[in-house]
Design a protein around this ligand. Structure first.
Ligand code: UDX
Length: 444
C-alpha cells in the first residue's frame, strides 16, 4: 500500500520505517530539512534501537523515502498518518496542538479526491472534530476525506518492537464499515493476522484510550513511589515490597519499579494534558488524583536532592557530585523532562559542581544544560568526586566494579536513584550506599 507519515520524530520515523518493513511504499514528511536529509541517508536523527538498520534497509530497497514537501505527500497516497509532536503548551498544562493543526491545514488544500487521515499523535479527546473543521475550511475534497484515530502505544527504546508486535491495535472511526477501516485493516493485516487483539471503536474512545493508558501507567509508578515514601518513614524496603506486590497477578510487576520517577516526552505532559482537558469538559473531579500522581513524582526528585545534601554533610556548595545518567530512561538519548538532568540542574543551582555521564544522551544534554560538565566515561566522570548519584539505570552501570572505583573518589558515597545496583556489592567495596525507599544499612 502507498501511505505517508506526516511528522518524523520518535513516533513518525519509527512508524514510517515499520510500515516499510511490513511491505508498504512509504513517504515520510517532515518540515525539518536536516532531519529529512538524515532519514533519506538511512540515519535516525536520534538513538532508537534497530531504527538505523530498518531505515538503511528500506531507504535502499526503495520502499521508504522522506520529503519536506506537503505537495509531494498529498500526491503520494490517499492514506496519511499524522505523527507530529503534541508537547505541553508553554503557558499551562494543556497540549499545544499547533503541529497537528498545521499538518492538516497544509495537507488539506492539496487533497483533491477521497483520502483517509489517521491520527497517531497523542491528543486530548475531542480533537477530531477540530480537524474535520479544518478540512471543511481548507480542502476542496472535504466531503470525501475520512478522519480515523489509531493511537500509538510505543515505548522509546522498544519502539520498533512495539510497532511491529503491539499488544493491541486500537482504531476509532466515524461510523461502521468505513473505507478508513478497510484501509487501516489492510495496512496492518500482517499484525492483525498474527492474532493481535484489535479494538474497533468510536473516535472519542480511541482518542481517550491513550490518555487513560498513560494516566494508569503514571499512577502505577507514583503508587510505588508513594510506598517508597512510607518505607523511608518506617525503615522498610520498597524493592522487596514491590516484588511482593507484583506476584499478585491483579497488580503485576511491570511498571512497578520504584525510584526517581517518570520523565520523558509522554507521561508527565500526558497526565497534565488529560487533567486540563477534563477541566474543560467539567470532569475535573474525575482526574483530581492525577495532580497527586504528578506531585508524588516531583517529590522523588526533591527527596534525591535532600538525600544528596545530607550525604554532603548538610551543604551542597562547592561539593563535587557525579551523576550517572542523563537520558530520561536507559537505551535512549531522549532527555525530555529527564529526572536525572532535573536533579543535576538543581544541585548545580545549590552550588555543587556537577559532572554528568551517559552512554548516549550527552550531545543533547550538553546543548540544553551548558552550565553542567559532561564526561563520556563513567569512571573518569567519578574521579575525585564527593558523591556519586545513579539516576538512569543503564545496564553498563551495574557492571562497574565498585572496589577500584572507591579508591578514585574523594568520598566513597553513592545514592542509587533507581535501586538497580547491588547494595551488598557496593557496601562490601567500602561505599556508603543509600537508595530511595530502602533502609540505610543492611538487614542484620
Ligand atoms: C510511555 C508509555 O509506556 C508508552 O506506552 C506511551 O506510548 C508513551 O509513554 P516511554 O515514555 O517511552 O513510554 O517510557 P516508559 O518506559 O513507559 O517509562 C516512562 C518513565 O517512567 C521513565 O522515566 C521510566 O524510567 C519511568 N518508570 C517506568 C519508572 O520509574 N518505573 C517503572 O516501573 C516504569
Amino acid at each position: 500500500m502507498k501511505l505517508t507519515v506526516i511528522g518524523c520524530g520518535y513516533l513518525g520515523a519509527t512508524h514510517a520505517a515499520s510500515m516499510a518493513e511490513l511491505g508498504h511504499d512509504v513517504l515520510g514528511m517532515d518540515c525539518d530539512m536536516a532531519k529529512v536529509a538524515d532519514l533519506n541517508a538511512g540515519k535516525a536523527p536520534f538513538y532508537e534501537r534497530d531504527l538505523d538498520d530498518l531505515l538503511a534497509e528500506h531507504t535502499a530497497s526503495g520502499r521508504l523515502r522522506f520529503t519536506a514537501s506537503y505537495a509531494e505527500a498529498a500526491a503520494h497516497a490517499d492514506l496519511h498518518f499524522i505523527g507530529v509532536g503534541t508537547p505541553q503548551s508553554k503557558t499551562g498544562n494543556a497540549y499545544d496542538l499547533g503541529q497537528v493543526f498545521t499538518a492538516v491545514r497544509q495537507l488539506a488544500p492539496r487533497l483533491h479526491g477521497p483520502a483517509v487521515i489517521v491520527g497517531k499523535s497523542t491528543v486530548p479527546v475531542g480533537t477530531v472534530p477540530r480537524i474535520v473543521d479544518i478540512l471543511r475550511e481548507f480542502s476542496p475534497a472535504a466531503d470525501h476525506i475520512e478522519v480515523a484515530w489509531n493511537p500509538e502505544f510505543l515505548r522509546e527504546s522498544f519502539a520498533i518492537e512495539d510497532t511491529l508486535r503491539p499488544d493491541r491495535i486500537v482504531m476509532g472511526f466515524a461510523g461502521q464499515h468505513t473505507r478508513a477501516e478497510t484501509l487501516l485493516r489492510q495496512c496492518y493485516s500482517k499484525i492483525i493476522d498474527a492474532g493481535t487483539p484489535t479494538i474497533v471503536t468510536d473516535l472519542a474512545t480511541a482518542e481517550l484510550v491513550k490518555s487513560a493508558a498513560n494516566a494508569f501507567l503514571a499512577t502505577k509508578i507514583s503508587f510505588i513511589n508513594a510506598m517508597a515514601e512510607v518505607c523511608e518513614a518506617t525503615g522498610a524496603d520498597v524493592m522487596e515490597l514491590a516484588e511482593a506486590l507484583g506476584h499478585d497477578t491483579r497488580i503485576g510487576r511491570r511498571g512497578l519499579r520504584p525510584g526517581l520517577g517518570f520523565g520523558g516526552g509522554c507521561l508527565p505532559k500526558d497526565i497534565r494534558g488529560f487533567m486540563a482537558r477534563a477541566n474543560e469538559l467539567g470532569a475535573h473531579q474525575a482526574l483530581a488524583f492525577l495532580r497527586e500522581v504528578d506531585a508524588i513524582n516531583n517529590r522523588r526528585r526533591e527527596r534525591m536532592i535532600d538525600l544528596a545534601r545530607e550525604q554532603c554533610d548538610g551543604t551542597l556548595t562547592g561539593k563535587r557530585i557525579t551523576i550517572w545518567g542523563a537520558a530520561f530512561k536507559p537505551d535512549t538519548d531522549d532527555i525530555r523532562d529527564s529526572p536525572a538532568l532535573h536533579v543535576a540542574q538543581q544541585l548545580h543551582q545549590h552550588g555543587a559542581e556537577v559532572t554528568v555521564s551517559d552512554p548516549k544522551a550527552l550531545d543533547t544534554a550538553r546543548k540544553t544544560f551548558p552550565e553542567l560538565d559532561f564526561i563520556d566515561d563513567p569512571i573518569t566522570a567519578a574521579e575525585g568526586t564527593d558523591l556519586l548519584l545513579h539516576l538512569t539505570e543503564w545496564a553498563q552501570y551495574s557492571q562497574i566494579d565498585p572496589k577500584p572505583l572507591a579508591t578514585r573518589v574523594t568520598q566513597p558515597k553513592i545514592i542509587d536513584g533507581r535501586g538497580t545496583l547491588d547494595p551488598t556489592r557496593w557496601r562490601n567495596a567500602g561505599w556508603t550506599y543509600r537508595a530511595l525507599g530502602r533502609p540505610n544499612s543492611p538487614r542484620s
